[in-house]
Design a protein. Structure first.
Length: 303
């Protein structure tokens, strides 16, 4: 028992040190990707009460006449209403899975953890620039700081023995939640976590980040499989005979997560680490603020 505890502590220490060493590079990559996709984005502005002018729109029969902007309406034959921009800051909670399973990479692609952090940082940067607040459950209170990327990096840098599923917390019903992880925990536990968070009334987005080898199962011959961060290992002969059963179980697991997310009005997508991070960022940002069933399901960006 003492040896196992020492191995766990050593593994957590190495993981923390490696993440701290990689953090400056990940921060720079996140800012580069956010900058590259920001051009052309229309933002997340919403009509509502506030002081800043947003747009004119046609007057609708039945509205109070006091809402008509007579100066603008005098320019042509239509009546117009002057709308103002909604100024109440929206809170978005972004949870990146920091557990040991996210360290995996087949070698040609970045580890899943790096991709999750880059997306989390870049998305936060875009959201804050759009006037939103971003927080990390249990690690960082919602903030609209211009240094949001650095604040997030400092918050996650030295986390040890992180759970594989999001923690219990109580977001506002008007909040949005973005979950970034591989979600290879037991299906029932993953679905329960989604249902628990969706039960708060918050809208959410589940992004399963996987390495290509975790879908293709390209292994053959005698292979030793080792659970991340654990001493336990499983050695099998003719690993290729496991491929069909593995892919069937993965498909069933993913279908159950997707069904649960859609049942709760959440989005679900799969992202493979051999795809550009900007591809996921654009897709995810487009969904933010869309609000549940009125919008089409998120498309997988894994192929």
């Amino acid at each position: 028992m003492v040896d196992e505890a020492r191995q766990t502590l050593d593994s957590a220490t190495r993981q923390s040190a490696a993440l701290a060493a990689a953090m400056p590079r990940l921060v720079l990559e996140a800012r580069r990707i956010a900058s590259s996709v920001q051009h052309g984005l229309h933002g997340r502005r919403r009509v509502g009460t506030g002081e800043n002018f947003w747009q004119y729109r046609r007057f609708v029969d039945g509205e109070p006449a006091a809402r008509v902007d007579w100066r603008r309406s005098a320019r042509d034959d239509h009546l117009y209403v002057r709308e103002r921009e909604w100024e109440a800051a929206h809170t978005v909670w972004i949870w990146p899975n920091l557990s040991a399973s996210m360290d995996y990479s087949s070698g040609r692609n970045p580890p899943k953890l790096e991709r999750a952090l880059v997306i989390a940082f870049a998305l936060a940067d875009l959201l804050v620039k759009g006037g939103e607040r971003v927080g990390i459950p249990d690690l960082m209170r919602p903030s609209a700081s211009r240094r949001i990327v650095e604040r997030m990096a400092e918050s996650v840098m030295h986390v040890a023995n992180a759970p594989a599923l999001p923690p219990r917390f109580a977001p506002s019903p008007l909040s949005e939640i973005v979950l970034l992880g591989d979600f290879f925990s037991p299906t029932q536990e993953v679905c329960a976590a989604i249902a628990r968070l969706a039960g708060t009334g918050a809208h959410g987005h589940v992004v399963q980040i996987v390495d290509p080898s975790e879908e293709a199962f390209p292994f053959s011959g005698r292979v030793e499989f080792r659970a991340p961060g654990q001493a336990a290992a499983l050695t099998v002969g003719r690993a290729e005979t496991w491929r069909a059963d593995y892919q069937t179980r993965l498909a069933d697991h993913r279908a159950a997560m997707r069904q649960e997310a859609q049942r709760m009005g959440w989005g679900f997508t799969v992202h493979r680490t051999d795809r550009p991070a900007s591809e996921l960022l654009l897709s995810l940002h487009a969904r933010m603020g869309a609000g549940g069933a009125a919008t089409p399901p998120m498309k997988d960006v894994a192929s």
